[in-house]
Design a protein around this ligand. Structure first.
Ligand code: PLP
Length: 424
């Protein structure tokens, strides 16, 4: 596709109907595909021809949406997953095996932290968690001989730390491993991690990409920039895959190797594909991503300024505020806005936070975040309740932290609701 503005890409990338075809991306609600000869189908199984044979591996609706997201992130290929959790898991598992080590920012979504530090640990993966603010020396010290990847969030959920992507990319590359970035909160509207040296990007598309809280989903995008063949660290990509007719992914697919392996091997064996119906909803969300994210950020900045000036609010963390310790990094990596998510504390700690939330009328209490409707959450008693006090502290989640996800309603209505709840 010709280089269009991001907003135009949101609407048009991934699907270009030909003469007489549906204008809107069709939902191919079919698990299977018909062929007229065994030979034609055999070529698909050998990955010698392009085409569809079973939706667990590929589906036209899913592929169109994946191609759109790859275009938005500036990557070479992408695969949709049934959840953000599946995307996080597959992004690492595609290049790491039991016994391998991964360096990971400690400031990540609680579910990802649990996946890595409990479930994947049980499977034999070893994670070292580092501060998102680690110095280059501290980062370097975290690597081991068997380190295979570095994982971090651009803008962490819920602590809103802005990652110095270039610093993490340099450390990863100095040790011959890729940097995987979960870019869920900023979305490519606000930050394109590939421009700063990240190699793989993941998303929980459940958040801003869908934007309407209709469909759980995820995506993994490959920049195509990491050279897997430079070392012997990634035999799964650089040596024949006996489970797939002896294909060597890097030889056969070049820059498409990582995503092809994720589809041909991980989706084949583990599943976790989205339903085409959900991908259709995701596509509708993506069509307005640019408009929505811009409005989320405008509203959130106004709300953050209001909260900062309110006597009952003890602190406000919003990286687009000049008072934020991440302001300089936000200006570098997210100059057009960070996201609609603000965290703050109400004077009076945990009980005051709960009273405030119970008194909201427009904003709803939801686990969800990054929805077009304003909502809020108390992470310490919900999403992060499985963590110890020390782990909460390491993730930057205090007991008084309220996570407010500012929606795209008329901003004065949002502020009026917060004001009346604070007054109570
Ligand atoms: N990554 C981030 C930053 C998230 O906020 C979430 C969910 O909140 C996930 C990953 C997991 O995504 P999902 O809920 O779609 O599985």
């Amino acid at each position: 596709m010709k280089e269009y503005h991001f907003n135009t890409t949101c609407l048009h990338a991934g699907y270009s109907p030909k003469n007489g075809e549906p204008r809107v991306l069709p939902i191919t609600q079919s698990t299977t595909y018909k062929y007229e000869s065994i030979d034609a189908m055999g070529k698909l199984f050998d990955l010698e021809a392009d085409g569809y044979f079973y939706t667990r591996l590929q589906n036209p609706t899913n592929d169109a949406v994946a191609a759109k997201i790859a275009a938005l992130e500036g990557g070479v290929a992408a695969v949709l997953t049934s959840s953000g959790q599946a995307a996080s898991f597959y992004s690492v598992f595609n290049i790491c095996s039991a016994g391998d080590h991964i360096v990971c920012s400690a400031a990540i979504y609680g579910g990802t932290f649990n996946l890595f530090s409990v479930t994947m640990k049980k499977l034999g993966f070893d994670f070292t968690f580092v501060s998102p603010d680690a110095t280059q020396e501290e980062l370097n010290a975290a690597f081991k001989d068997n380190t295979k990847a570095v994982f971090a969030e651009t803008l962490s959920n819920p602590s809103l730390c802005v990652l110095d992507i270039e610093k993490f990319a340099q450390a990863a590359h100095a040790h011959g491993v890729p940097l995987i970035i979960d870019n869920t909160f900023p979305t490519p509207v606000n930050c394109k991690p590939f421009d700063f040296g990240a190699d793989i990007v993941t998303h929980s598309t459940t958040k801003y990409m869908d934007g309407h809280a209709t469909s759980v989903g995820g995506v993994i995008v490959d920049s195509g920039n990491f050279d897997w063949t430079k070392s012997d660290k990634y035999p799964g990509l650089t040596e024949p895959d006996d489970s797939y007719h002896g294909i060597t992914y890097t030889e056969r697919f070049g820059k498409g190797a990582y995503i092809t392996k994720a589809v041909a091997q991980l989706m084949r064996d583990l599943g976790s594909i989205p339903s085409p119906q959900n991908s259709f909803y995701l596509n509708l969300g993506l069509e307005t991503l640019f408009l929505r994210v811009e409005r989320h950020c405008q509203n959130a900045l106004k709300v953050a300024k209001f909260l900062e000036s309110h006597p009952k609010v003890s602190w406000v963390n919003y990286p687009s505020l000049e008072s934020s310790k991440y302001y300089a990094l936000a200006q570098k990596y997210l100059p057009n806005g960070t996201s609609g998510v603000i965290s703050f504390g109400v004077k009076g700690e945990r009980n005051a936070a709960i009273r405030f939330m119970d008194n909201l009328k427009l904003a709803s209490i939801c686990t969800h975040v990054a929805d077009c409707r304003t909502c809020c959450l108390h992470p310490a008693s919900t999403t992060h309740r499985q963590l110890t006090m020390q782990q909460l502290e390491e993730c930057g989640v205090g007991e008084d932290l309220i996570r407010l996800s500012v929606g795209i309603e008329y901003v004065d209505d949002i502020i009026a609701d917060l004001k009346q709840a604070l007054e109570r």
